[in-house]
Write a protein that binds this ligand. Sequence first.
Ligand SMILES: Cc1cc2nc3c(=O)[nH]c(=O)nc-3n(C[C@H](O)[C@H](O)[C@H](O)COP(=O)(O)OP(=O)(O)OC[C@H]3O[C@@H](n4cnc5c(N)ncnc54)[C@H](O)[C@@H]3O)c2cc1C
Length: 260
Amino acid sequence: MALDPETFDTLIDTIRRFVAERLRPLEGEVEEADAIPAHIIAEMKELGLFGLSIAEEYGGLGLTMLEECKVAVELGRTTPAFRSTFGTNVGIGSQGLVMAGTAEQKSEWLPRIASGEVVASFALTEPDVGSDSGSVKTRAVKDGDIYRLTGTKRFITNADKAHVFTVMARTGEETGGRGVSAFLVPRDLPGISIGEPEKKMGQKGAKVADVVFDDTPVPASLRLGAEGEGFKIAMQVLDRGRLHISAVCVGVAERLIADC
Ligand SMILES: Cc1cc2nc3c(=O)[nH]c(=O)nc-3n(C[C@H](O)[C@H](O)[C@H](O)COP(=O)(O)OP(=O)(O)OC[C@H]3O[C@@H](n4cnc5c(N)ncnc54)[C@H](O)[C@@H]3O)c2cc1C
């Protein structure tokens, strides 16, 4: 366990109270406004929720996967849009960096991701690439000490507010996952545009949108892992994400049973 049992119990109690007393009363407002109130995001930062899974040396809480899942169950007891606010920082947006980043990449980005100053998103899915995620078509072409990224990513959670994306793009000629590499791509690089948020059936307050790269010059120093390792990194990130989301679903189901 990353935290001693007493500290972890206190964390769970704090989050349970935060959900019951601060978040649940705002569910109607979030549904109506399709947005999470700024004062709640500030409280989430105060509680350390953006850094649940990031090591203490980078300013996070350094929870283990089991501890993260126990927290996720608590967060499932309210509209999942609240969790999505910091969910990409805890999971899919940060974990590629945690797993495959260099010391320099980690110290540059992880403290700001853990504090919530930086919002991190994960960009794998494309208009024609979903479940068959090894088929990514977005290309990253090496040009000296940069890669030029071109392609469209679809359904990217928090794309509208992200400062940095973990992007999977094809660097090799091999078909399937073998030719895919992962990159940290800061939002402020040239040639990046964000689409209008999708009109979804649910989860009001959590936005997904296209991210379009048009000859975006990404420094080679921002590649995560070696060339060709991107698909493996993405799958390892999603392994953790699936456990986290399953735990959220347990909380959602318990709430449904309790409320019916
Ligand atoms: C709310 C939301 C947030 C998301 N956030 C992100 C994000 O942050 N980053 C990101 O990269 N992506 C994100 N996604 C995209 C998500 O990962 C994809 O939707 C998912 O991978 C499925 O792809 P698809 O929608 O193209 O469906 P498809 O792959 O087209 O699948 C459609 C249906 O066909 C079935 N199917 C697919 N292949 C087969 C097969 N071979 N045999 C039998 N059945 C099959 C599937 O099970 C599914 O029921 C998000 C999606 C949603 C809805």
